[in-house]
Design a protein around this ligand. Structure first.
Ligand SMILES: [Zn+2]
Length: 278
């Protein structure tokens, strides 16, 4: 695998650690994408298959290293059984190398509880699920923990969250929780009830790890295009519109949790109001 993509925000370093990239037909995730694709070329090209029939869905973690805290944002699929996306058993080694050993991680942020964001929260040891990052506090919003769970989310919870609660390393936090002087959570509901993004700030530099409020940058141009798993499509649309209006034509670095490389960029809005991600 190629070198990991990295970005810096002042003294903070962000590293993308990839588990896998899968082509997903538009109908399977963002159905309106098929209709809007041509109007988004050529800037959308890195994020779709050659034919354009599928969006390229990347599953990756972001490692955020500040002067005080080593943070992992979302832990991918892992060995979740029956998952719609396959994990990669070698991902753990890649992540361990980037963080210099799982013991070094101080905080794990789960933007939400879907299986492809919590898979490596735990590992099986002697027949028991234990935290992958033994010294870390795991953060999930209280709203997300309190939300109703369907069968699939219940399976994720049992495998990736309940074992953390059992040993006392799970923190139910507010959606505006501050981790350290550089990193805060930001409420971005709609995909799930307690979904959060992660904001990194250093002087006048800002980056935002989006989570699943968007699955493809096409949704910056068409915020009303829902993702099939969005829990509240109207609220998800409102959140996408807010992000586009707040960060359009601003220097904010936007990092897509499911965007294939180059993964990060800026929203530019032209004089006709058309947005693109570059
Ligand atoms: Zn996801």
């Amino acid at each position: 695998m190629a070198e990991h993509l990295t970005w810096t925000v002042g003294p903070v370093r962000i590293t993308r650690v990839e588990e896998r990239i899968t082509g997903v037909p538009w109908a399977g995730l963002v159905p309106a994408g098929a209709d809007h694709l041509e109007s988004c070329r050529p800037w959308i090209d890195p994020y779709v298959s050659g034919s354009g029939n599928s969006l390229l869905l990347s599953v990756h973690s972001f490692v955020v290293e500040t002067p005080e805290t080593l943070i992992v944002v979302d832990t991918c699929v892992g060995s979740a059984e029956g998952a719609q996306l396959a994990g990669d058993p070698a991902f753990g080694d890649r992540l361990a190398r980037v963080v210099g050993g799982f013991d070094n991680v101080d905080v794990v942020v789960c933007t939400h509880l879907h299986f492809d964001h919590v898979g490596w929260n735990t590992v099986e040891r002697d027949g028991q699920l234990v935290p992958t990052f033994p010294a870390a506090r795991y953060l999930v919003t209280a709203d997300e923990l309190d939300a109703d769970r369907d069968e699939e989310d219940t399976a994720s919870y049992e495998r990736a969250i309940a074992p953390l609660e059992a040993v006392g390393c799970l923190d139910a936090v507010e959606s505006t929780h501050r981790i350290d002087p550089w990193v805060t959570l930001e409420s971005t509901p709609g995909h799930t009830p307690g979904h959060v993004s992660v904001r990194i700030t250093a002087d006048d530099e800002v980056a935002l790890i989006l989570g699943d409020l968007v699955h493809t940058p096409l949704q910056f141009a068409f915020p009303e295009a829902p993702s099939n798993p969005d829990y509240d499509p109207a609220q998800a649309t409102d959140t996408r519109r807010r992000i586009v209006s707040e960060h359009g034509n601003e220097p904010t670095l936007l990092l897509g949790t499911h965007f294939a490389p180059p993964t990060a960029g800026h929203v530019e809005i032209d004089e006709n109001g058309n947005a693109r991600f570059v």
